[in-house]
Design a protein around this ligand. Sequence first.
Ligand SMILES: CNc1ncnc2c1ncn2[C@@H]1O[C@H](COP(=O)(O)OP(=O)(O)OP(=O)(O)O)[C@@H](O)[C@H]1O
Length: 200
Amino acid sequence: MAQQGNLTPADELWMKDLTLVFVFSGGGDGGDVGDGEGVGLPRKRVLLGMKKRGFGSDRFNGFGGKVEPGETVEQGAVRELKEESFLDAQAMEPRGQIYFEFEGSPKVLHVHVFEATAWTGDAAESDEMRPEWFDVASIPFDRMWADDRFWFPRLLAATPFTGYFLFRGEQTILTHVLEDGGDVSFDRLRTTALKQLQEQ
Ligand SMILES: CNc1ncnc2c1ncn2[C@@H]1O[C@H](COP(=O)(O)OP(=O)(O)OP(=O)(O)O)[C@@H](O)[C@H]1O
């Protein structure tokens, strides 16, 4: 049996809502990208941001952060995209949900993943993020959170997903479960993942 480590009992966990927004473009001539030109076209390029400070710094990621009191998750997603990339989202589609638990911590990050399917503006550097377009065939997974390579294919295919990842520190995934469907129960995913860990 694998070492279970320092896990929090289920009834002591608490959740924090976060957003994570991705913007795609159809590519084309490789010139300026704007005004949601990629909507409805094959996803050729994705906008990622190099996080300059705070949690997850020195990694590429989508744009997002904590949902503030009084706003909906979707409003939080629109606001964070604007604050971090200067793009204005006109439409957001939910693509998935991911729960992150860190060994030794009762706080579970409940990340709501969106695609901005219509947007305007030009991405520009903010205090927090340096945006950069990547071809979807060369996403820099080795400079992203370790979980991203698991669920990114579903995001690219717009297949709804729900995931649970248990981290040891910020680099190591001890166990994870990823399922189709945008709203699978956290309790079920965690139970499955911890059982997997025991059987390892
Ligand atoms: C553990 N594996 C993970 N894999 C992929 N993405 C992850 C992640 N864990 C957190 N994220 C995302 O990282 C962003 C920063 O979150 P966080 O530091 O709370 O936000 P930010 O610094 O913007 O704070 P403010 O809300 O602006 O205060 C936020 O989009 C959140 O969804």
